[in-house]
Design a protein around this ligand. Sequence first.
Ligand code: GDP
Ligand code: ADP
Length: 223
Amino acid sequence: MRDSTTKAMAGPRPVVLSGPSGAGKSTLLKKLMKEYDSIFGFSVSHTTRNPRPGEENGKDYHYVTRETMQAGIDNGEFIENAVFSGNMYGTSKAAVQDVQAKNLICILDIDMQGVRNIKTTDLNPIYISIQPPSMEVLEKRLRERKTESEENLQKRLNAAKVDMQFSKEPGVFDAIIVNDNLEEAYGQLKNALLEVSDHYNTASASSNTSTRFHPCTHQMKTF
Ligand SMILES: Nc1nc2c(ncn2[C@@H]2O[C@H](COP(=O)(O)OP(=O)(O)O)[C@@H](O)[C@H]2O)c(=O)[nH]1
Ligand SMILES: Nc1ncnc2c1ncn2[C@@H]1O[C@H](COP(=O)(O)OP(=O)(O)O)[C@@H](O)[C@H]1O
């Protein structure tokens, strides 16, 4: 059902990045955000999982208890929420509004349940799937990341099999990027952001030849 509280406002379309845990979404997003920090803004999700070393509350996630998260959901504060590997995750309306208020293109990193749920809302994002070259490579990268217990790792690998099938469903994603070589995948991500939307265009920066994103304003829905 559509959220009847949504209202239209001018602004660029958000971007959803999805794909298996370990596919490289955070790595690619961090590169994009570093290069184009005046263009893109990250939608900071809520989660009940513990922070990893180096992660910052309010930057990577809002780390909350189950009780706090459930209260927020019950109170209608979330656009979507899901349980992944035993933890709750969700995109609050405030997370998206905070980015839009800065006139930045909002980027969401969400799982496939989130993709399905967002498709029932008026957010109208561009959907990009980041996929690993193979299950073997995914497992190797997840193990080398050293962030997960064996149990969590197995849960992520099981979810990844379903996710890889989901990404092949016609019409779900505007672009699918296989993250084999990081620089190539990053180039493809930038191209996908340009190609999948008429609302982006490129121009040479005055002082160098790097590609710049210039979002045009158009009608979009916000929460
Ligand atoms: N539905 C939904 N999924 C989210 C949200 N935030 C993160 N996720 C997904 O939750 C999964 C686990 O994220 P995380 O614990 O950070 O582990 P990682 O993907 O292995 O780095 C990933 O697939 C994320 O895309 C959210 O707000 N909503
Ligand atoms: N193209 C790549 N080649 C090799 N390692 C990569 C590549 N992309 C990401 N990684 C590494 O794989 C691990 C998983 O990437 P990450 O960005 O955390 O994935 P996700 O956010 O999708 O869970 C990280 O340790 C990251 O440094």
